[in-house]
Structure formats: C-alpha cells, structure tokens
Write a protein that binds this ligand. Structure first.
Ligand code: PGA
Length: 269
C-alpha cells in the first residue's frame, strides 16, 4: 500500500493504516502563579507573538481566580483556556470546589486532572481522577489527565506497572464514545520543576505503554488518535527534540510557560 506523507507530519503517523496526523497540543500549567492583572499582562505580550500559529493547539491553564481575565483576553484568539482542577459533582455543599458546568460557564474548554502535585499534596487518587474525568467529559470539557511515576518507582523498575495502573483506573467504566476528547499528559514526577527532563526516548517508551492501555480500554482507533503530551521541565531549548518524537503529541509546560517569551519559543519549537 502507498501512503503519501502530509507536509510537516511525521512518517510514523502514517504507519499501519492511513489516519489523520494528531494535532499537537501545547499547554501552559501556571500552577499557583499570577493574579488577574498579571494574567492580562501575559496575554498582551503572548497573543501577538503567536497570532498566526495554527500548527499546534495552544492552551493556557491559570489559577481559578484568573480564568475571567484569561477568557476575556483570549476571546477570538487561537488560545483556549483551561482550569487546573475540577470537582465531579454538579453543585452542592462542597466548600472551595468548582463544578464542570461552572468551568463551562466561565469559558473554559479544557481542564487538567490528576496532576502529580494534586496527588502528592491534596489527596488526589486514581479513583478521584476517574470521577473527575467522567464529570469533565460529560460537561463537554477536554480533560488533560496526568500520569507519571515518582523517582523511586522508576529506579525500582516499576514505571510500566505504575503507568498501567494509573491508566486502567483512570479509564474505568468509560466508553470510547464518551472519552473521545480525552488527552493524556505523561509527567514523570522526578522531571517536574527539577530541570531534569526525560529523554525523548524515555518519554516515547512511556507514551507507548499509555497508548497500549488506551487501546485495551477503548480500541485501537481511539488509541491511534489519542494525544499524549509530555510534561516535566520542558524548555525552549529541549522542546524541539521532544516534539520531533512521533509518540509525543505536545507538551504540558509549568515553569517555562509563565514568561510569554519563553512560552512562545516553546509553542514555535
Ligand atoms: P515544569 O512543570 O515544566 O515546571 O517541570 C510541568 C508540570 O508540572 O506540568
């Protein structure tokens, strides 16, 4: 059989059967940084710099308090706005929590779920990740679900087991049709905020494991279309090498996304 390669795409995306190349997604995770005024200032510099960029999908996830400013600033642009967490109930006596429909009403299209900092400091588990994923998908929000091993697990040779367990539990009782918008971020915990990056090969190996779990849960076609981002010390100077890997479908960027210049350089890898 003969497949023609689309310009700018990677040949591996055309292995097997012909399919649309996966559009890469570059997401900024601001964590607990910036207030509304600083958010508006970021977009004043960032939006003109990436104005005509269509090759990749661009997402910015500020703290809840900045969503209003971010959505207002990004309106009509090529940037989508994400929350960093969500609760799975629609409404009720849950002090401090935000529901999926509230995020939709605020203009959010994406939400990060199960980030390792939430697992580490705020009691997030594989089961709450599953509940949040289902609630976000039900509300029509694109979830970016984070998985990844800690250093001790990698050193003990447990990376594959950990990734499989996190995926199996995250995907529990979800149909392929419902999960269609799902995005996964592979974030080895030892690479987050440490300046240590997984090599493109290490990330690629992990992505293959995650994609295989997605194929088991949702079928091969779903897995072929699933975008798996890499996160963990992505910087302007390593973004290109990571993004050249056919298994890596984008990046979740923490520290280097706070400065509009450095995030622009990553988006334009
Ligand atoms: P980092 O964070 O880029 O600062 O390592 C990534 C993340 O936690 O999503």
């Amino acid at each position: 059989m003969y497949f023609r390669q689309a310009p700018g795409s990677h040949p591996a995306q055309y292995l097997g059967k012909l399919q649309m190349p996966r559009k890469r997604l570059i997401a900024a995770n601001w964590k607990m940084y910036k207030n509304p005024e600083q958010t508006s200032a970021f977009f004043r510099d960032f939006l003109p710099a990436i104005k005509d960029h269509t090759r990749d999908e661009i997402v910015v996830a500020p703290p809840y308090i900045d969503l209003h400013a971010a959505v207002a600033a990004a309106k009509g642009s090529n940037v989508s706005i994400s929350a960093q967490d969500v609760y799975w109930k629609e409404e009720g006596a849950f002090t401090g929590e935000i529901s999926p429909s509230m995020l939709v009403a605020a203009g959010c299209t994406h939400v990060i779920i199960g980030h390792s900092e939430r697992r580490q400091y705020f009691g997030e588990t594989d089961d709450t990740v599953n509940l949040k994923l289902k609630a976000a998908l039900e509300a029509g929000i694109t979830p970016i679900a984070c998985v990844g091993e800690v250093l001790e697990e990698r050193e003990a040779g447990l990376t594959e087991d950990v990734l499989r367990r996190q995926c199996v539990r995250a995907f529990n009782a979800m149909s392929a049709a419902k999960a269609a918008k799902l995005v996964i971020a592979y974030e080895p915990v030892w690479a987050i905020g440490t300046g240590k990056t997984a090599t493109p090969q290490m990330a690629s190996d992990a992505h293959i494991i995650i994609r295989a779990e997605a194929a088991k849960a949702f079928g091969q076609e779903f897995a072929d279309n699933l975008r798996i981002l890499y996160g963990g010390s992505v910087k302007p100077d390593n973004a290109k090498a990571l993004m050249s890997e056919p298994e890596i479908d984008g990046a979740l960027v923490g520290g280097a996304s706070l400065d509009p210049k450095s995030f622009t350089a990553i988006v334009k890898y």
